[in-house]
Write a protein that binds this ligand. Structure first.
Ligand code: PNS
Length: 166
């Protein structure tokens, strides 16, 4: 009997997706049969981009990967992962400072559903300083984010902040 396909969830806010996220998607897509990039629908955060805009941007940036799917979820991550038949949750670690929160979330998720493993991938060193929050701050102040986010994201950031300036 053939083994079931390996499915991993890469969850996050992705507000917006950066080249650091893309680096992780590129490496993770080689590890599993299906990689589901899942945008959290969270009413309590105040994102710059809507969930639909974030999904579109991820879609545009990951079009070259045949085994990457883009979706959104709400509720518990582990329940969403189970509903998709995933055995892995992937998270990126940029620096030691990321580790504490990631460690807490991984242990909580394991307590909720021990059959789902959290797997940490280290971000490529050239991306280890990038965060979506910094990208938004720099772009909002007119700084260049070229090479830090995909081109389509750069264009959308410019449009978003130009629209806010009028
Ligand atoms: O990109 P982010 O904001 O660091 O992603 C955080 C995310 C989406 C992974 C986390 O907030 C999450 O899993 N939220 C879903 C709700 C949930 O399952 N909470 C318990 C996690 S221990």
């Amino acid at each position: 009997m053939a083994a079931p396909p390996s499915v991993a969830i890469y969850p996050g806010s992705f507000d917006p997706i950066t080249n650091g996220h893309l680096d992780l998607i590129s490496r993770a897509s080689r590890m599993v049969d299906l990689l589901v990039v899942a945008v959290l629908r969270n009413q309590s955060k105040h994102p710059l981009f809507s969930v639909e805009e974030r999904r579109e941007m991820i879609h545009e940036a990951t079009g070259g990967f045949s085994n990457v799917e883009v979706t959104s979820f709400e509720g518990l991550l582990v329940d969403f992962a189970a509903s998709r038949g995933a055995s892995m949750i992937l998270r990126g670690i940029r620096a030691v400072s990321d580790y504490e929160l990631e460690w807490q979330m991984a242990l909580m998720n394991r307590r909720l559903r021990p059959e789902i493993e959290t797997v940490f991938l280290t971000a490529g060193e050239e991306y280890s300083f990038i965060s979506s929050n910094l990208v938004k701050e720099v772009a909002s102040l007119g700084g260049s984010v070229t090479g830090i986010v995909p081109l389509s994201v750069e264009a959308r950031l410019q449009r978003k902040f130009a629209a806010r300036a009028v």
